[in-house]
Design a protein around this ligand. Sequence first.
Ligand SMILES: [Mg+2]
Length: 348
Amino acid sequence: MLENKDNSRTDISQLGEFGLIDHLTKQFSIQHKSTIKGIGDDAAVITLDEPIVVTTDLLVEGVHFDLSYMPLKHLGYKAVIVNLSDVYAMNATPSQITVSIAASNRFPVEALEELYAGIATAAKIYGIDVVGGDTTSSTSGLLISITAIGHAKKEDIVYRDGAGDSDLLVVSGDLGAAYLGLQILEREKQVFKVNPNSQPDLDAYTYLIERQLKPEARKDIVKLLADLEVLPTSMIDISDGLSSEILHLCKNSKVGCNLYEDKIPLDPQVISTSEEFKMDSTTIALSGGEDYELLFTVKQEDFPKIKGNPNLSIIGHMTHEKEGVHLITRANTKIPIVARGWNSLQEE
Ligand SMILES: [Mg+2]
């Protein structure tokens, strides 16, 4: 499906470790005043006047990504995005990242250039400096570890533990598309194995595939909330699926939750493709993951500021802890939410 037609191939050993790092990182320039020293010394030097937010993520080939349908440029982009999403989920602003990779010798220099091109694109779009990292060899496959550094005023940082028991539960964007994008790519991979000459027609799934291969972090939502003068009481980004993220907020904040099935935002492609796969779209939104939307709670008095905003959906409200965490279905039945989605046999 995604063959590399470029036959030029430079072995990593031809550049040597230091040559390789220099070669891959020479494109990075410093944009932030807070970066005093980026790549090129024993360590980067950063000066930030505000509390510092740090997050790190490790992506492993075969566990987190499959290169048979994930172009390396997209992988580089996504590896940055998943980290930035965690910084935005603290209501903070990312400013620097470090990037470390381990690659086996099946990856030529040109492949790593592609990976770094994706990293550079994300850094440029989101306005962050790449200030360091490491490149080494691996005995099998590709590993990418990115650390993101951000900052925020102490009073603006939003944790998972601040939700009150009557707060509204809000999510940005729509849910479930990234998971279905992965299902489409997996299906095409199987088709390609059987018939390498088949030309996939993916027009009906463009949004789903883009959400899987080129997710975005919701920098715009952090800005929107600041513009609306809404400070969430708790927040998390959706990496594992709506249900597990709700459970994290509830557990940390010691509250319960009622989530309304009919309020969960779904793209039309999610609805039509769920039907095609004979899957329940609510289950996909709850357990799918990788949407990188922001899930947060706000005080009821902030309702007028967010109502009707096309970027935000109010999907439920928090309750007293002893009421538990439930999905209220379209048929008005109350079902406990469990870590991996929900169990339709467990109706109360
Ligand atoms: Mg997160």
